[in-house]
Design a protein around this ligand. Sequence first.
Ligand code: F6R
Length: 615
Amino acid sequence: MCGIVGYAGHRPAVEVVMSGLKRLEYRGYDSAGVAVVADGALDVRKKAGKLANLQAMLELDPMKDASTGMGHTRWATHGGPTDVNAHPHVSSGGRVAVIHNGIIENFAELVAELAADGIVMTSETDTEVVAHLLESTVERTGDLAEAMRAACLRLSGAFTLVALDAQDPGRLVAARRNSPLVVGIGEGEHFLASDVSAFIDYTRQAIELGQDQVVDLHAEGVTVTDFRGEPVEVSPFTVTWDASAAEKGGFDLFMLKEIAEQPKAVADTLLGRIAPDGLLRLDEVHIPVAELREVDKIVIVACGTAYHAGLVAKYAIEHWCRIPCEVELASEFRYRDPILTRRILVIAISQSGETMDTLMAVRHAREQGARVLAICNTNGSTIPRESDAVLYTQAGPEIAVASTKAFLTQIVAVYLVALYLAQVRGNKFGDEVAAIVGQLATMPHKVDLVLDTVEGVRALAQQFADASSVLFIGRHVGYPVALEGALKLKELAYMHAEGFAAGELKHGPIALIEDGVPVIVVVPPPQGRGVLHEKIISNIQEVRARGAVTIVIAEEGDDVVTPYADHLIRVPACPTLMQPLVSTVPLQVFACELATAKGHDVDQPRNLAKSVTVE
Ligand code: F6R
């Protein structure tokens, strides 16, 4: 949700900033802008639309040479995506430029105050107030860092801010509250960014800025303080992945690359967590075993795709651990006054680790005394930092806005937690845990087998590009898979798509079925809970009888379904709880291909952003 880049060093700043923005464009892409100081004045360029529009503008009219600069790619909150509302925003006197990610909640009050001083807002954004606040202090003190600290103390809401002072070139000052910011440490150069992918080509040494901190950045060094100016100790970390992980690597789309990376992502998430005896070693989960034994309820909080991973995990947790498990949308969680105690384990699932709804749920759970375990893909991000423990998924950077490999690895990671709980609480014998871990270990290969067959799914998807609606049905863990399939289609193909528990159809949604409506059916393995398989065959018959065209996802060798399938997609046979790891993959490919057939930008679907850092 908005990408931020800053640079101070010895390279051409505009080049570094633009290359960083390219990497961060997945965070927001409705407008973009850059600012540098040249000849004692700010040079600011900004343009509505994708980054390519700004790039074209700079090619026609290049910016002046500078070695310090900052840039922004926007996902609009306050004010539509126009040239004027694009960041950077400049103060009334033209001295300070600022970029911002987040929402300033008390902006109306600040606008009124500035109006009383005769300052007229030129944009509809909340960000512009910060430029004016900064200028009023910097004019008095000449110190941008002091001005930033003073401004931050006046702001409420969520913000990452970066500012540039025309009279102090060579310096950037940034601050953060409830919104991400990392500092890249190079030799004779330093970087600021919403995430490390923006500067990974230049350095892998980074510092994650903490909550309510200000960083003062020059080519030669950085100083970090809190909002009151007290120095803060920082601990740099090394980014373990390299630049190629953030590139398309020969694929046309990041989404296709990330779908193809799923076998490795699943394997990497298991790596180092299985001991030679087949039992689990989750040393990184720093919640004492004695406390895990006392857990009497699990509550999973997450949003979107991560929420669907949580819904899948509930079936495994209750089956393996015999602990009641609730799964709740993070955006609803704290507003219903949930009953939380020390014996409740809250599992927060988030790819980015920055989703504001999930972060707020984490904070609420901890305030109420619950233990929070984060399942996260982004090292050092806010949600794991604010949780009691974290288990990282090892999916590598996920750039496409639609989540794919994160989903599979989230399921695997929560399964590991569930099995670990079953192991330490004695719900399962060691050999039982080892047997299920053995099943998990076969999944990378099975996902690979699915990838070998996706050409057929792509061809099939193209046939449905004109459908006005697609329905998805499943039972048991196939139900959240159906929800996930529908979400992918909505967000990428902008089509009406709904996922239903197959048994619910007859309670209302079956009225949607008419001649030719495609219904995608996730069929449970016949050798699992046999009754599920029989029931879904009945559900398929019900929709076919009303004219639906059925696209059936069923495992190899399940011939019972064949007569009921207008189109059949085969996946390798697996135990019921493992099936989401294979049955989701064709649905990802289906949505990606259908969106491509409709001419949509799959990696950057309209109205969306990768990391949703506002509530
Ligand atoms: C859908 C998608 C979103 C995210 C959701 C949570 O493809 O990507 O629904 O899953 O915004 O994001 P994280 O996992 O970063 O908290």
